[in-house]
Design a protein around this ligand. Sequence first.
Ligand code: BG6
Length: 298
Amino acid sequence: MDIEEFNKKYAGKCSASIGKGGLTFVKVQNDAATAEICLMGAHVTSYIPKGQPDVLWMSSEAVYKEGTPLRGGVPVCWPWFSKNTAFPDGPTHGVARNLVWDVKDVSCDGSAATTVTLSLSAVPGYEQFWKYAFALEFKVTVASSLTMALKTTNLGKEPFVITEALHTYFNVGDITKVAVEGFDGLPFLNKVGTPANSVRKGTIFIDQEVDEVYQNASGKAVIKDASLGRSITVDKRGSNSSVVWNPWIAKSQRMADFPNDGYKTMLCVETAHANEDARTVAPGESLEMVCIITSKQD
Ligand code: BG6
């Protein structure tokens, strides 16, 4: 992308610059919020509604390097979530987070809403893992809410199946004082404990490693953060599964791009098409998944 040309074209709407690791970032600032999007991965790395601390958590140990996924923010996991058993050597969480996306458009709705539309239409270097013709569009609207809409279109002649996630890392004050609501009564796969299949009863509190994939999760989740004195609502459209993840102590220590005490100030609540919620996209059809994040100070 020609940065000078971009900045001329979108002057007054947003700006682009080269940041850490030589990666290109688009910065949005309007009357409601500021945000940053790294073009590698179409990765939202910051969303700051006016008067609040960042809603997103970025790892202080994140590796900023083209081809290496960023730790924190909102990784776009596509065209698969987690491991793909068909490609045991393939990258975890798909290929989209490792690739540089294009900016398709930037638009404003008044002075307090800016939409950056990014696109990806090829997977250079990963063709052995994804042979289908597709168009991927990611619309990020920065306003008093952060709205992220990921649309997959099948441009080929045969159907394909995808799993995906907007793997959102939330910034919390103290994980031991966080309560997550919205999953009561829902079945989930527990990836790190027993029994593997269970049903959530009541509120989620985090006091150990948590890696849970919820099904029938088509509604809102609320992260109540007593330390930062705010509630973050994660609303969604077109998704029936969600993932709740905190690596806790041992896994934080094992991950090179994650600070040892990072688990204390982050929590992932991911809007997904995961596991049983895998989707088939027929030729010529599109599938959209939307996540709407709103943070309110108490
Ligand atoms: C979560 C998964 O979505 O992502 C976890 O449920 C995984 O199992 C985590 O550890 C982080 O994945 P990665 O590939 O970014 O280290």
